[in-house]
Write a protein that binds this ligand. Structure first.
Ligand SMILES: Cc1ncc(COP(=O)(O)O)c(C=O)c1O
Length: 422
């Protein structure tokens, strides 16, 4: 790798995904396009999104209520047209996946089914400093069932002086608590450090301990290759507004493994959209469950946000996760190389950038700006680099293979160098 514009531009020229960049709107600052490294927080808007949403608005205007059956994509079954392509992204069978609600809502609905504490088995293992919404969901589920979350929640911390968990420590905690364990729930990619967890191994160990294993895939869906079905994960949920570019607060995803779909004894919070679709409109009082993940649906499809999701999903399907993850590895390695170059060029032991993301990478790198702190982040923003700051000390950056370029990464390095020189 080389820290030169010519090298970066040559990589872009040879990139078979390079044309996808033109399909997204980039924000501007002072009349210049920004360097957008925040697809891990809110993905950019595809240029087709407005048309997809407009189509549904037009059909609503043309058909009124008849749009449920006569719209170009009938709303009655709108969620179904998202299933197959979504399943490909998370490595699932189509019947294991449903798009509905939002992430935290889905987490609660899945915990209703998979967290069924008894006096003997009531504990949940999760990461210390889990994303707060997950933590609140877990605390409230435990309390709802009449247990004390301070006792029931086992939050695993990185070792002293380390920034991310070791798989062996997670496995040890599972083994030590195996007689009391009900559920293990982790972020598949830690939102703070960008650590990609070994989801297969954690799932296997959880099952050996006789518990259920679930993942929050907010930072993983559309970012890394997932094999939820093959890994035997019991349940998972994710949002669509980060890597999946479906827009702020858009519809979320849920996964339930095939092996549970025929278990009609699983407790469930129900609504009419989880009822067998063939007889749903008979409006009978008895709930007849769908034999798919659609059983967890409560309400009819939020078509406008699903249309926005579909715009991005169609792009994902064209690009394919294989090509996206191959580019992601190269692009993120280049970012790490550039950060190291800046460290070498500025060469001050008390001021340097430490990449804390361990092991196998997704596209996110988390970097601690030692000796510089949040001020550097603010200056980056003022110079048109949109990254994000996470307390207490991390700048998160995600060059996204769908729309970021090697030149973005090179230009970021130039700005970083310029700010260090100041
Ligand atoms: C890891 C993680 N979990 C949960 C959430 C909460 O998502 P929502 O507000 O869509 O429920 C977020 C939001 O950014 C997140 O990053």
């Amino acid at each position: 790798m080389e820290n030169t514009l010519a090298y970066a531009q040559a990589q872009d020229k040879n990139d078979e995904l390079k044309d996808f960049r033109q399909r997204f709107y980039f924000p501007r600052l002072n009349n210049k396009f920004v360097i957008y490294f925040t697809g891990n927080s809110l993905g950019l808007q595809p240029k087709t999104t407005q048309d997809y949403v407009l189509n549904e608005l037009e059909d609503w205007a043309s058909f009124g209520v008849e749009g449920h059956f006569h719209a170009r994509n009938p709303w009655f079954s709108y969620h179904e047209i998202l299933t197959e392509k979504t399943a490909k992204i998370v490595g699932a069978l189509p019947q294991e996946v449903v798009m509905m609600n939002q992430l935290t809502v889905n987490l609660h609905l899945l915990l209703v089914s998979f967290y069924r504490p008894t006096k003997q088995r009531y504990k949940i293992i999760c990461e210390a400093k889990a994303f707060p919404s997950d933590l609140y969901a877990l605390q409230s589920q435990v309390t709802f069932h009449g247990f004390n979350y301070k006792d029931a929640l086992i939050e695993i911390e990185p070792r002293e002086g380390e920034k991310s968990l070791r798989t062996e420590d997670i496995l040890k905690a599972i083994e030590e608590n195996k007689n009391e364990l009900a559920v293990v729930l982790f972020g598949g990619i830690n939102y703070y450090s960008g650590h990609v967890l070994d989801m297969k191994t954690i799932t296997e160990a959880t099952h050996k301990a006789g518990a259920y294993c679930g993942f929050d895939l907010a930072h993983a869906a559309g970012n890394i290759k997932l094999h939820l079905h093959d890994w035997q994960v019991d349940f998972a949920c994710w949002c669509s507004y980060k890597y999946l570019n479906a827009g702020p607060g858009s519809v979320a995803g849920a996964f339930v493994h095939e092996k549970h779909l025929r278990n009609f004894d699983l407790p469930l919070f129900t609504g009419w959209w989880g009822h067998d679709k063939e007889t749903r409109f008979k409006m009978e009082p008895e709930f007849i469950p769908m034999p798919t993940a659609e059983r967890w649906q409560l309400s009819n499809a939020p078509v406008l946000s699903m249309a926005a999701y579909k715009a991005s999903l169609d792009i994902f399907d064209e690009a394919g996760m294989d090509r996206l993850t191959a580019k992601s590895k190269r692009l993120t390695s280049y970012l790490e190389f550039i950060i190291n170059q800046v460290n070498n060029l500025t060469n001050t032991p008390d001021k340097y950038f430490e990449v804390i993301t361990p092991g196998d990478r997704s596209c996110q790198l988390s970097m601690v700006p030692h000796g510089r702190g949040k001020e550097l982040f603010t200056q980056l923003t003022a110079h048109g680099v949109i990254a994000d700051w996470r307390e207490p000390d991390v700048i998160r950056m995600a060059p996204v293979p769908l729309y970021n370029s090697f030149e973005d990464v090179f230009q970021f390095g130039e700005i970083l160098l310029h700010l260090c020189a100041k």
